[in-house]
Ligand binder design. Sequence first.
Ligand code: AOF
Ligand code: ZN
Length: 349
Amino acid sequence: MLTEAEHRALRRALAIAADPAAPPGPNPRVGCVLLDPDGHMIAEGHHRGAGSAHAEAAALEHAARAGRPALGGTAVVTLEPCTHQGRTPPCAQALLAAGIARVVIARPDPNPVAAGGIRLLQDAGVELIDQVPDELAEAAAALTRGWEHGHAHGRPLVTAKTALTLDGRAAAADGSSRWITGPAAREEVHRLRTDCDTVLIGTGTARADHPSLTARRSDGTLLPRQPLRAVMGTGTFPPLPAVPGAGEALTLATHDPSAALAELFTRGRRHVLLEGGPTLLAAFLRARAVDELIIHLAPTLLGAGPTGVGDLRITTLTERLDLDLVDVAPLTSPDGRTDLRLTLHPRAA
Ligand code: AOF
Ligand code: ZN
């Protein structure tokens, strides 16, 4: 059971771990808060990208600098402390050396190289809490989602997003597609862009839409965390608009989803938002390279025009691609207009 002070400390650790200023990369987002034996906060720290101090090390250093020893205290961490000498020294050992008596961990470490902190701390006689309330465990899982997917699958997590009419169209017969959905749905796209570390489109969409691919607030200003702006394909397209503060632009000269994702993974990217058109979406679905599909369904009909998903090369009903509906939510705009957000996961073959 978490004490009230630990509960608060874990919330704080989760909040600082999500620091938008921490650069994206191959390392997880981690936060740590140190409490004295009475539950008062001593210091906090979070990880700021590959090569920089781990959250625990940062917190211990802040405590030492403030002259507030952690002896007999509690470390509250969003991820299991590491046990390996990597780019930085092991954290479980550092917590032991500092005399930490109790450790609260929201999420186990799936990285075989670094894992083992829970066992090591337990064996050393530290009181260990590795079960936290669901809501906090889920927030910890959300922080490391792309990173964990990378460990399990060796490629970035792919969330594909598309906006459709009730009759499954992504554009009208003349090609016009702005805007099918209302302001609330569009605002959510920007939240998705800032949550992911990469936005990926095809050259066709780059030619047709001239998108800026930035993550913006509804007033047009940039959010603090901007995704890499990647365009894949071999066709020509005008350069993405040069917006001050926007993410780096990258061209991936391939039509192969696996090759594009491999390149992004090598560049330290762990969560891709696929915002391409029907052809690119179909290519990723065919390659089984979509992990999550988000459909913004507008209560409107077009009757003609391109469908939202291109050819999946399915010729008969038994070959269909089934998805599991995991969430349905209304997206209501200030003017009262409501679209539906469907979140789907492709069913394992
Ligand atoms: C982090 N930050 O705050 C914690 C991590 O690349 P290295 O050598 O720094 O090691 C990274 C691994 O350490 C990472 O994959 C994860 O398993 C573990 N914990 N990593 O980058 C942190 N606590
Ligand atoms: Zn560590």
